[in-house]
Design a protein around this ligand. Structure first.
Ligand code: EPU
Length: 422
């Protein structure tokens, strides 16, 4: 298994290109299952999760071609000959469950493995299931698999989500595009990835209003056609790299970044003493004079502070002046980076969903273990500002969500290298 070695260094300077969003792409790719005609995604990120989704769609009979070094995904679901999403693929990546809604809508039946728990929490699928049942699906759990069918086709309904789940909103939205009549999703997730999915589905001929608000209305159509769609910028990769100059000093321009993707995060950076300036190419980030100030953070669904940036923000807070309280409200077990940061000299207490970080002057390099995707990158951020050398082990998590991280940070002047494992 590969590891990444980071040697702490001074200020980082330069430009960094932000890729298309992993979490948008993972919802957009299953949308191909809704139509017989080709769907092409441009600005796709080059990540192992995208390869896993390719493997899953191919197993269902879709044709997926990765073009232009992976930046373009050309898909066709003309001939779907399997309706079973196998456990071996689904367990690798939870977003595999996003094939359920589209397969059900297009084929009238689908069998999808329940993903099981993961490092950051239990992550059940009850909201997906209730939503699809409201559209007329019959869903049964057998042998760890969800067996879903819609013998009389799907029919529009009014659905109110108990929580604004991103995945449930995506699954229901995709299914509703081909359901008969009108579907209303109340308390829908408002993340930019939902807006991007709705844009793509609309380009395929779906009739959708209100994506990005709490109420999405879909008028079902008989069929969807082909389309080409550019994947929205990855706001989490953006936020992660915005933290590089915040932690190490210097000035970095994140190309393709936009404030509206990271509004709540930018407010916290401002409070901490980091300046963010909009340029015609993206966002320019620099640390204002002196040490970063401690700020408190509560994670919330969009437009609140994203849970996917909590670990990275904690890395910044480790060397801030004062005490910061980070409250995780989306996932029940998303502080696994805290003990690893503690190995580097951070002073962190975790009680339930709250982490209290007492800032220290400097972290020290140490061997650490990546536990999940965002935890891995938080360790790299912390290591760049630490004294000495840090070895981050188990970096396969990182490759799920960050393309060529060592090259991108290396271009800014970071001392970072990958060591190939056996
Ligand atoms: N939840 C339920 N029941 C459901 C669905 C969700 O209780 O049926 C709970 C979850 O257990 C969790 C909360 O609701 O506690 C939020 O889950 P949500 O469904 O919104 O998340 P998701 O769709 O599973 C996506 C991203 C995550 C990101 C979350 C929250 C993708 C592929 N994944 O997950 O991304 O953290 O939304 O914004 O879009 C990551 O990229 O590192 C990552 C984990």
């Amino acid at each position: 298994m590969d590891s990444i070695i980071v040697r702490g260094n001074g200020p980082l300077n330069g430009q960094i290109a932000i890729a298309g969003a992993k979490n948008a792409c993972l919802a957009l790719m299953p949308a191909t299952l809704l139509s017989e005609e080709p769907l092409t995604l441009t600005n796709a990120p080059r990540l192992s999760d995208i390869k896993t989704m390719t493997e899953l769609l191919s197993s269902l009979g879709a044709e997926v071609s990765s073009l232009q070094d992976g930046k373009v995904q050309a898909m066709s679901s003309h001939n779907l000959d399997n309706h079973v999403a196998d456990y071996d693929i689904v367990r690798k990546m939870r977003a595999s469950n996003l094939v359920l809604g589209p397969m059900l809508a297009r084929l009238g039946h689908a069998v999808v493995s329940l993903p099981g728990g993961c490092a950051i929490g239990a992550r059940p699928m009850d909201l997906h299931i209730h939503g699809l049942e409201a559209l007329g699906a019959e869903i049964e759990l057998k042998d760890g698999y969800l067996h879903a069918k819609a013998p009389r086709g799907l029919k529009g309904a009014e659905i109110t989500l108990g929580f604004a789940s991103v995945g449930a909103t995506e699954n229901i939205l995709m299914a509703a595009t081909l359901a008969k009549g009108t579907t209303i999703i109340n308390n829908a997730a408002r993340e930019p990835e939902i807006v991007d999915l709705a844009k793509c589905l609309s380009a395929m001929g779906a009739q959708i209003e209100g994506a990005g608000s709490e109420r999405i209305e879909v008028q079902g159509v008989d069929r969807l056609h082909g389309a080409t769609h550019p994947v929205v910028t990855d706001r989490i990769e953006l936020g992660t790299y915005m933290l590089a100059p915040a932690i190490c000093g210097g000035e970095v321009e994140c190309l393709g970044g936009r404030i509206e993707l990271v509004g709540a995060f930018c407010e916290k950076l401002d409070e901490a003493g980091i300046s963010v300036e909009e340029t015609d190419k993206g966002l320019k980030v620099a640390r204002r004079n002196g040490r970063v100030k401690a700020v408190d953070v509560v994670t919330e669904p969009f437009p609140g502070f994203p849970t996917d940036l909590q670990a990275q923000m904690m890395a910044l807070m480790c060397t801030a002046e004062g005490t910061s309280v980070l409250e995780e409200r989306i996932f029940e077990n998303r502080f696994m980076h805290a003990p690893e940061l503690t190995r580097m000299g951070a002073n962190i207490e975790v009680h339930g969903g709250t982490a209290t970080v007492h800032g220290v002057e400097r972290l020290k390099g140490a061997p650490v273990m990546a536990t999940d995707l965002r935890a891995s990158v938080s360790l790299i951020l912390a290591a760049m500002a630490a004294e000495g050398e840090t070895i981050v082990n188990r970096v396969y998590h990182l490759d799920r969500g960050y393309e060529r991280v060592e090259e991108k940070l290396g271009n800014l002047g970071a001392h970072i290298e990958r060591v190939k494992g056996g």
